[in-house]
Every structure is written in structure tokens, then in C-alpha cells.
Design a protein around this ligand. Structure first.
Ligand SMILES: [Zn+2]
Length: 145
């Protein structure tokens, strides 16, 4: 059973194209200077439609997480236990993702993490997070799949 994948739309298509190119890009409002996530046409802070796209550091910290021992859907059954994570990027936005390259029992709120990219289909690549300093070895493991 295939896993559900992101369905890029007019507002998120560039974001997902960048993720496929292994770049995590954020929108930053040109009026108030704040970053936002998810991609959208209007700033949620000041309602300006004027924004630029900026390459994110890919670094952040684990805000919260849960370890899933029962899969959310049958497609995820082979992955249990896996970590669903809320990550605060250094740019000040929060993303939901997975923590990988780390035994679930070693996940800790506040731990430093960095982005890695995992090809999920010919068209879609996903951003995930791994403990800071381990992204090169985790990317190597993902490439061997
Ligand atoms: Zn704004």
C-alpha cells in the first residue's frame, strides 16, 4: 500500500520543487520581515502579499514529538516505531516531520536537529530531520535504499 504523499498546489509547488532539489526554502514577508510556514500567498502576521523566498538553515530543535508504535495507516506499518516530530527551525517557524537516524528512545525535546531529504517517489521528496551532525551519514543510508 503506497504512503500518502504531499499534493503540491499553486501555492506550494515551488516549495516542493525546491525540496526535490534538496533545498528547504521559506517565505519571508517583505513588509514585516517574518518567516512563515507553510507556503501561502499572504503573510499571517501583517496580511502583506509581498514576500521573498529564502534558503533556510535546515537547523532547528525538537519542539515536541511522539513515538508511533501503531501505524497511522497500513502504509506505515513497516516503519513502526517511528517518530513524528514538531521541529522549530532557527528561522522561527515550526514544521511537522519525522525524526530519523535516531533510535526513538533517544529523542529528546530541545535536541538540535538538521534537515535531510528522502525521495518518496519519482516526483516527491520529503524533508525529515536527524540529530545535528549526523545528516551526511543519514543521507548516505537513504541513498542506499
Ligand atoms: Zn508580514
Amino acid at each position: 500500500m503506497p504512503k500518502p504523499l504531499p499534493q503540491p498546489d499553486a501555492e506550494s509547488r515551488e516549495f516542493w520543487e525546491d525540496v526535490k532539489a534538496r533545498r528547504l526554502m521559506l517565505q519571508r514577508c517583505r513588509a514585516c520581515g517574518r518567516f512563515r510556514f507553510y507556503p501561502r500567498a499572504v503573510c499571517p502576521h501583517c496580511l502583506s502579499g509581498d514576500f521573498e523566498r529564502v534558503t533556510a538553515s535546515g537547523k532547528g530543535s525538537l519542539y515536541s514529538f511522539t513515538v508511533c508504535h501503531r501505524p497511522a495507516a497500513e502504509a506505515f506499518a513497516a516503519d513502526v516505531p517511528y517518530v513524528v516530530a514538531l521541529v522549530d527551525l532557527d528561522e522561527g517557524v515550526r514544521l511537522m516531520s519525522n525524526l530519523i537516524g535516531c533510535p526513538p528512545g533517544q529523542a529528546r525535546v530541545g535536541m538540535h536537529v538538521e534537515v535531510v531529504f528522502e525521495d518518496a517517489s519519482p516526483d516527491i521528496t520529503l524533508y525529515k530531520f536527524t540529530p545535528a551532525g549526523s545528516s551526511s551519514s543519514v543521507e548516505g543510508l537513504l541513498m542506499m535504499r
